[in-house]
Design a protein around this ligand. Structure first.
Ligand code: UD1
Length: 383
């Protein structure tokens, strides 16, 4: 399973001169596979390196297009994966099953003291399930999120992962409450949100540089909405997907839709033309820094992505979410996110002005940008 071109992390040699051998560093294996997980991996990789943790990165290959994968490693300065499982796309069963079989092998071979899984994708569930059956402790980053919609594959993945894991690293007080309600309080630690860590860092880096949307598409800052739609609930049904695209095309200002491969695949399957029409301008997915620069210059964000809802909030850009529920309830409670159905509801919400800045005591529900350091400290304290 090892990539021939990636050196294995070295274990320290015994101390010279017969003195007591130094303790080998804590070995933690991160399992990632999909775009949002690479973003979360960036601050963790940096914090682990600073804490002297021997970090083994396993990429399952769930996302394989360079725009969804490699570019995140290079842009965010993440170490190259130590293992690449090359699993690719498939039905949930086929994809998760192939990952499970491959993970058994790499966990056995690499012998980590902890396996760290991220979020709610099929890669998360496979990493957690393989590790727990091999009696390797599992830590779940972004534990405790719930939509309470059991038809979502992500909801099943996160509930099962939380119940399998030994350490539940939750971003928010709401997440901790959900875990307590399920009898998991004793394993829970609130660490903040690692996406805040990376977002604040990248926001400062791109401040002042023009977004590719503004520079390349001739749009004025503050004039357009930035949109992404990819979830199964919105793309699997031709009628619903068509209604969403019609709503975007019918808005009174330009809408730049960053087309995830799943959206492209589903449009083609349903016979829906995914092309510029009305206000709609179709664009390929953006690398992370360019995405943040483009969201920052937008008048609003329209999405069904969990990460982008939160990023919009942190950037203080109004968000319109095409879903009946959200895991990130704080964004809605504070007035920066509206949950809508396609049609007039969506159009109205996407044209609303920005709300007031939250009161100082409510302004930072997603932490202070130092969550990854806390994750490193929690794992090190349990070595
Ligand atoms: C996955 C996660 C979702 C997350 C999203 C982020 C699951 C169940 N879902 O959804 O929670 O929000 O990642 O993007 O794990 N495809 C490509 N190239 C790629 C990857 C996918 O063309 O590199 C296409 C294929 O047609 C594939 C489809 O996208 O069948 C879906 O990919 P998949 O990894 O199953 O789920 P996502 O929709 O990306």
């Amino acid at each position: 399973m090892s990539r021939p071109d990636t050196p294995r992390p070295s274990r320290p040699s015994p101390a010279p001169g017969g003195s007591a051998p130094s303790r080998p560093p804590l070995r933690v294996m991160s399992v990632v596979g999909a775009r949002p997980q690479f973003v979360k991996l960036a601050p963790i990789d940096r914090a682990f390196s600073a804490a002297g943790i021997d970090h083994v990165i396993v990429h399952t290959g769930q996302h394989y297009d360079p725009l969804l994968s490699d570019i995140f490693f290079s842009d965010l300065g993440i170490s190259a994966p130590d293992e690449h499982l090359g699993i690719g796309s498939g039905t949930h069963g086929a994809q998760t099953g192939a990952m499970l079989a491959a993970m058994d092998e790499v966990i056995t071979e690499r012998a980590p003291q902890w396996v760290l899984v991220y979020g709610d994708t099929n890669s998360t569930l496979a990493g957690a399930l393989s590790a727990v059956k091999l009696h390797v402790p599992v830590a779940h980053l972004e534990a405790g999120l719930r939509s309470f919609d059991r038809r979502m594959p992500e909801e099943i993945n996160r509930v099962l992962t939380d119940h399998a894991a030994d350490l539940l690293l939750t971003p928010t007080a709401v997440g901790a409450r959900h875990l307590a309600d399920e009898g998991l309080a004793a394993r829970t630690v609130v660490v903040g949100d690692v996406m805040t860590d990376v977002l604040l860092d990248v926001r400062d880096r791109v401040a002042g540089s023009p977004s590719p949307i503004v520079a390349g598409m001739g749009l004025e800052p503050g004039s357009y909405s930035l949109a992404t739609i990819h979830r199964a609930e919105n793309t699997d049904d031709a009628g619903r997907l068509g209604a969403i695209l019609d709503s975007l095309a019918g808005l009174g200002h330009p809408v730049v839709l960053l087309a995830h491969p799943r959206l492209v695949a589903k449009c083609s399957e349903h016979g829906i033309a995914l092309a510029d029409r009305g206000s709609l301008r179709v664009h390929s997915p953006l690398p992370y820094p360019e995405l943040i620069a483009s969201a920052l210059a937008a008048r609003g964000v329209i999405t069904d992505s969990g990460g982008l809802q939160k990023e919009a909030f942190l950037l203080r850009v109004p968000c319109t979410t095409v879903r009946p529920v959200t895991e990130w309830v704080e964004t809605v409670e504070l007035g920066w996110n509206a949950l809508v159905e396609p049609g007039p509801d969506l159009v109205r919400a996407a044209c609303r002005p920005a709300p007031d800045e939250p009161a100082p005591q409510e302004a930072h529900p997603y932490g202070d940008g130092r969550a990854a350091e806390r994750v490193a400290a929690e794992l090190a304290s349990r070595a």
